[in-house]
Design a protein around this ligand. Structure first.
Ligand code: GLU
Ligand code: MG
Length: 442
């Protein structure tokens, strides 16, 4: 997309404001709005902002940063809520005043990882299955823990929620985001939207836009879209399974496919899986970053609990979906541990770099685990359990050099610090569960 293309679209849609978007380390979408009269200057020079919004180093001298728009992300927002004021958005990279990419920008972390894959001749392709809950919202737009329906897994209903999902799909199309499918998930009030396969940065941008579109559309209908990994005790949590493959950057051929293998996997794919498994404990804090994430990663709810892989197994860290024999191009692996609260730029970067590490070191693929891992007792098996709490996951992260190197020293330090703080706060909190259980007895 050239500057001319952008100006044409601005005129055609009578765009009045531009929303400049970026993502902080915690994975929250941030925004600076400019009137369209500043667009030319913004495209030429970027826009100043206070870089401490990224939770980077709070040193005053370093907070002057610039948002540099990525022209390819220009999109006119679907006409809605905004009182008829046409708005467009541009996703931005963050640069320091000397013009260099800023190390505290999560999008840069993924950009670097993707560039490294490109230097090896690979394009990283991904698609996310985003699960979420629709709760009721109160008058102030805050969530109330009441699911909005009593429908079950894949139930075909023509209710307001099916319509809502269709509206979301149409709104996403305005941002050039294509959806493969949507359905009702296993728990009451739980839904899933599956995004189309895209290359690295585009795929991560799509997750950010989708979360925002879902949140704002739901609020307009008195609902709250929640990406909290496990909002309700005893019900399934929300995951964000990520399907991924490497394709040849010249021919576009899927490098994970090998029709002669019983799993349909090439040697390259096997090394990639081995790399992801080798770094599974170390990257888990990035894929599942909240205290609450670990209440999802428990047996019995089709969420991964062990460092393993398999075909039919929904309790494995990685699942290899069966593909039609005449469609080897769709060969992929599905990493099941990320949840929708993660920062997709950081999550995609660490998974890619772990896989590349497996390829470089030619790591051998462990035996597939096809037994039912969903309900089994992890300790009774030889498989390595995943970290069971955020505290354990932070410790594993601190020991993993590949993950640390992927994030870079600045983001690594800030990420660990913020996760540790959250974990300590939680560890010291006396919960209602403890009071209910212990106070009447002890
Ligand atoms: N909701 C489950 C999870 O937490 C996944 C269910 C499914 O297999 O789609 O990962
Ligand atoms: Mg699902």
């Amino acid at each position: 997309m050239t500057n001319d293309d952008i100006h044409k679209l601005v005129q055609q849609h009578h765009v009045e404001f531009i929303s400049l978007q970026f993502t902080d380390i915690a994975g929250m979408l941030k925004n600076v709005t400019i009137p369209v009269s500043n667009l030319v200057d913004c495209l030429d020079h970027g826009v100043w902002f206070d870089g401490s919004a990224l939770e980077g180093p709070a040193r005053v001298a370093e907070t002057d940063m610039y948002l540099i728009p990525d022209r390819s992300t220009f999109a006119v927002a679907p006409p809605d809520g905004d009182a008829g004021i046409a708005t467009a958005r541009l996703i931005c990279d963050v640069h320091s005043p000397d013009g260099r990419p800023y190390a505290g920008d999560p999008r840069r972390v993924l950009r670097r990882a993707v560039e490294e894959a490109a230097s090896m001749g690979f394009v990283y392709r991904l698609s996310a299955e985003v699960e979420f809950f629709l709760f009721k919202a109160d008058g102030d737009g805050r969530p109330v823990l009441v699911p909005n329906d009593s429908v079950g897994y894949f139930d075909a209903t023509n209710d307001t929620y099916t319509q809502f999902r269709r509206q979301v799909v149409k709104a996403l199309q305005a941002y050039h985001i294509e959806v493969n499918a949507t359905h009702h998930e296993g728990a009451v009030g739980q839904h899933e939207i599956d995004l189309q396969l895209e290359s690295g940065l585009v795929a991560a941008d799509a997750v950010m836009t989708m979360r925002q579109v879902l949140r704002s559309r739901a609020l307009r209908q008195g609902m709250f879209a929640s990406f909290m990994p496990k909002p309700m005790t005893g019900l399934p949590g929300s995951g964000m399974h990520v399907h991924q493959s490497l394709v040849d950057s010249v021919t576009g051929a899927n490098l994970f496919a090998d029709a002669n293998d019983s799993y349909g996997l090439s040697q390259l794919a096997k090394h990639f899986i081995a790399g992801v498994l080798a770094h599974a404990p170390g990257m888990l804090a990035v894929l599942a970053p909240l205290v609450n994430s670990y209440k999802r990663l428990v047996p019995g709810f089709e969420a991964p609990v062990l460092v393993s892989w398999g075909r039919t197994n929904r309790g494995a860290f990685i699942r290899v979906p069966r593909v039609l024999s005449d469609r080897p191009q769709t060969t992929r692996i599905e990493v099941r541990s990320p949840d929708p609260s993660c920062n997709p730029y950081l999550a995609y970067a660490v998974m890619l770099k772990a896989g590349l590490d497996g390829i470089r070191r030619e790591l051998p693929l462990p035996t597939a685990a096809e037994e039912d891992l969903v309900t089994m007792n992890a300790r009774s098996r030889i498989h390595v359990p995943l970290p069971m709490t955020l505290g354990d996951a932070i410790q594993a992260l601190q020991r993993d050099e590949v993950v640390a190197d992927t994030l870079g020293p600045l983001i690594f330090e800030r990420f660990v610090e913020s996760r540790q703080k959250e974990w300590e706060e939680y560890r010291q909190h006396v919960s209602t569960w403890e009071l209910d259980r212990y106070l009447p007895i002890y």
